[in-house]
Ligand binder design. Sequence first.
Ligand code: HEM
Length: 396
Amino acid sequence: MHFDPYSPELHEDPYPVYRALRDEHPAYHNEELAFWAISRHADVRAALLDPETYCSGQGIAVGLGDLPQSGAGGAPMLIMMDGPRHTRMRAIVSRAFTPRRIAGLEPRIRELTRELLDAWRDEEEVDFVRGLSGPLPTVVIAELLGIPRDDHAWFKRKSTEVAEFDPARIRAREDPAERRLEPVIELGRYLAERLAERRSRPRDDLLSALLAAEIDGEKLTEVETVGFAFLLLVAGNETTTNLLSNSAIQLDRWPDERRKLVADPRLVPRAVEECLRFDSPVQGLARTLTRDVELHGAALPKGDKVLLLFASANRDERRFPDAERFDVTRDPNPHLAFGLGAHFCLGASLARLEARVALEELLARHPDYRLCEGPIARIRSGPLRGALRLPIRLAA
Ligand code: HEM
């Protein structure tokens, strides 16, 4: 069989392909793009919990060949660090990115959600992405970082461009200078400017907190701080947008499950976990092997890339009873949509909070919304799964 995570056909419905991988090729090798893919829950989990063998420092995407895999114009990013360097940086940023800071955002997130839904008041049909799932996470992160309001739209555009990671398109650019992922550089430069402002005049925002955060007298360097702020944008924006859109899609496809939520909104947190499991916003990320590994009879050599397919692990019937069923009451739900172990998503609590508030407010106002007919315009990105546009009908 052939599995290419960048193929547009796969984006239509990757799940039968993942099933075939799990059942027939649990250690799949793609020679052309030079990577392995592992797809069973037990294997993906074990790899996530063994960062010494499955390391992140040489990039977390597959099939890029000679293209750069760095952060904001070369700034190191937490998600692509290993060992003590990763531990140290994660400890420092955790000082600024605290559960308290996140939980404190709930009233503002609800207010923003209501404002966005207010704009639907006289509409029968709206684009869910433009009207809710796109702007909400961007505004939340931008406000958290302390980015001026006038820059929010530019910000969203740039982070979408960065997230739309299509190696073929980047390679096809004629001018080699253009191949350097220019939106990455623009964003990095922009963040460096905002940080310089905070350094001379600290404020009550995350950028200022990042500049102040320290462990044993050690602080982040300038370039590390830019790298981290940049990572929050690319790791937090598009992913949360896709979680909201994918949730809206599943709640349309499973009306009985939606009715349970409308009848009892206390189920929403569990429903959010089920949305994360059933149609994971991040389908998979890669590691590089630091030693030879044997898996399901295959010999995976040191230095090779291995794609960890979270989205497949989350549908693995070896781990989840009735894995192909979307069940808003599922409990326990040990999905791997946020990864696990050393690199477990730092923004998981923020993503969960935004999704809970958005679903609560959406279902309270529009319990009978329906997706408009027609194929869903999918984002074209290897690791991410979501919709570019999602027209929905509000009136019955
Ligand atoms: C539904 C939304 C989200 C999903 C599905 C998601 C998924 C993930 C996954 C799978 C990882 C692990 C990466 C790896 O193991 O290589 C990760 C890491 C990370 N995420 Fe998220 N994420 C989401 C939202 C957010 C948000 C809102 C933020 C921040 C505002 C964020 C910040 C981060 C950071 C900083 C890391 C790197 C942690 C580290 O390397 O130590 N994420 N995320």
